[in-house]
Design a protein around this ligand. Structure first.
Ligand code: ZN
Length: 479
């Protein structure tokens, strides 16, 4: 899923965001109106501040290890990451240069094999998980280590990208401290962070006795349906873990880097409206009524007037077709409509999405939408159907504790503190499927820009820091 860049500072978010009781699906709905509002600080010289952040991150890479509050084993882990930074980037280049668009199963499997071999050599049991043919997806790479020590940790990545074989954007190109390429930050960079963090832990003997699952899905950008099958193994891995760390693109702005303690759900709806077709001169009459298009407009206006404004709730009609003869194909999101100005419309179809911070908010919004739909203008009928989607990852005290632990790692590395990203600024992702079962932290992958676009970049300067953070976080969780 495409990350949303944190372009504005959202400090009020931390104070305003409701922290829900752990795993409570019936948690109270956020009621703080200011929570979703973005606030722009008076930054006079953003370029200077950006340079200051970059300098702080760079400095973190060069503080003497002895000054950093790292144990000898942790120092060894950090040294391994530094010594293999160029190797990690060369490996990233190789995996980016293999096309793995979600609908290119051969490419997704090939990228999976490129990670499978090194994971096997680190003592993981790495296997390819096949999906039924009907899902038309490549499958997933999962790798397991089972022990008895510390927390059971699930590391989440994905092998696929939005760039299919016919896309013009196919190659990794390095330009000094950055590189462009399909999936460099979303999220082959994050996958490489995971692999090189595990290599450093292995080198220090720190994987011994740990329970770690690596889950690289092959269809995150366009998951196979039904999701219950496409995400079965991920959900099982979540049930058998205590903590999930997800390595999609990191978010940062001129002042601060962010981690993700909450993500909104993303699901869909289809509104189907029917009216009585008749000569337009009879519209509004008792026999003809208002027609399908007026009814669709009434419903959408009521959604807009009555449901809009609740923090973290958004719903967007993306397509509308209406007339006397209407066809809409959900698979391709394409439709056609025929109608005449002097004929009352018989059918209207609207499809859209809903994003919420909690499942309770989603269910309540469904109910309110159903009630609006049920009112009906004269001689019209309407129904709304809701489609399955990505669940939400609500902010919990456990997720916040993981961020605190990460900031302990940042402190030891001499790196700046990270803040919690406003969930309103981030899309749904695979970590949401396991959020009900674990404490979760997301957005721990590579920094970069332009995910899903032809200028997707990765910041190679801060890349070793992301690997160190990941390695030390996993290390401290598994002691
Ligand atoms: Zn992604």
């Amino acid at each position: 899923m495409p990350p949303v860049r944190a372009m504005v500072i959202l400090r009020p978010f931390l104070a305003a965001m409701p922290v829900l009781s752990a795993r409570s699906r019936a948690a109270p709905v956020p009621s703080i109106r200011t929570a979703g509002r973005t606030v722009r600080p008076s930054i006079r010289r953003p370029a200077l501040l950006a340079a200051a952040l970059a300098a702080a991150l760079a400095a973190a890479a060069h503080v003497p290890l002895s000054a950093q509050g790292l144990s000898p084993q942790e120092q060894r882990i950090v040294r391994h990451v530094d010594a293999h930074a160029d190797e990690a980037i060369a490996f990233l280049e190789r995996v980016v240069n293999v096309n793995s668009g979600t609908l290119n199963p051969d490419g997704v499997r090939q990228v999976g094999r490129m990670f499978q071999a090194p994971l096997d050599s680190l003592g993981f049991d790495a296997r390819w998980i096949e999906l039924p043919d009907s899902l038309r997806r490549a499958g997933h790479l999962f790798a397991y280590r089972r022990g008895t020590q510390g927390k059971r940790v699930l590391l989440i990545g994905h092998l696929d990208t939005v760039f299919e074989r016919d896309d013009a954007f196919q190659r990794f190109v390095r330009q000094g401290g950055t590189a462009t390429g399909p999936g460099v930050n979303d999220m082959k960079g994050g996958d490489v962070v995971i692999l090189y963090a595990l290599k450093a832990l292995h080198d220090a003997g720190a994987l011994e006795g740990t329970t770690i699952t690596v889950a690289f899905t092959g269809d995150e950008e366009s998951p196979g349906r039904p999701l219950a099958i496409a995400r079965h193994d991920l959900i099982e891995a979540g049930r058998n873990s205590d903590v999930a760390l997800e390595f999609e693109t990191g978010a940062r702005d001129t002042l601060v880097e962010y981690a993700t303690v909450a993500r909104r759900s993303s699901s869909g709806w289809t509104l189907t409206v029917r009216g009585r077709t008749a000569h337009s001169s009879g519209v509004f009459s008792e026999g003809t009524g208002s027609g399908a298009i007026y009814e669709a407009a009434r419903i959408l206006t009521a959604f807009h007037e009555e449901l809009r404004g609740e923090p973290y709730l958004t719903f967007n009609p993306g397509v509308i077709v209406g007339g006397t003869d209407v066809r809409y194909e959900a698979e391709t999101s394409r439709g056609t409509a025929f109608g005449k100005t002097n004929v009352v419309a018989q059918t209207a179809i609207v499809t859209g999405d809903i994003r919420t911070l909690t499942d309770e908010q989603l269910q309540r919004t469904h109910e309110r939408m159903r009630m609006i739909v049920a009112r009906h203008l004269p001689r019209t009928e309407a129904e709304i159907a809701f489609t399955e989607g990505y669940p939400s990852m609500p902010p919990t005290p456990g997720n916040q504790r993981l961020l605190d632990l990460l900031n302990g790692v940042n402190g030891s590395l001499g790196a700046p503190r990270m803040e919690a990203l406003d969930p309103g600024r981030r899309g749904a992702a695979d970590v949401s499927f396991v959020a009900p079962y674990v404490d979760a932290l997301a957005g721990l992958g590579a920094n970069g820009t332009g995910a899903h676009g032809p200028n997707e970049t990765i910041d190679l300067e801060s890349f070793p820091l992301q690997v160190k953070r990941a390695a030390l976080l996993i290390y401290r969780l598994t002691r």
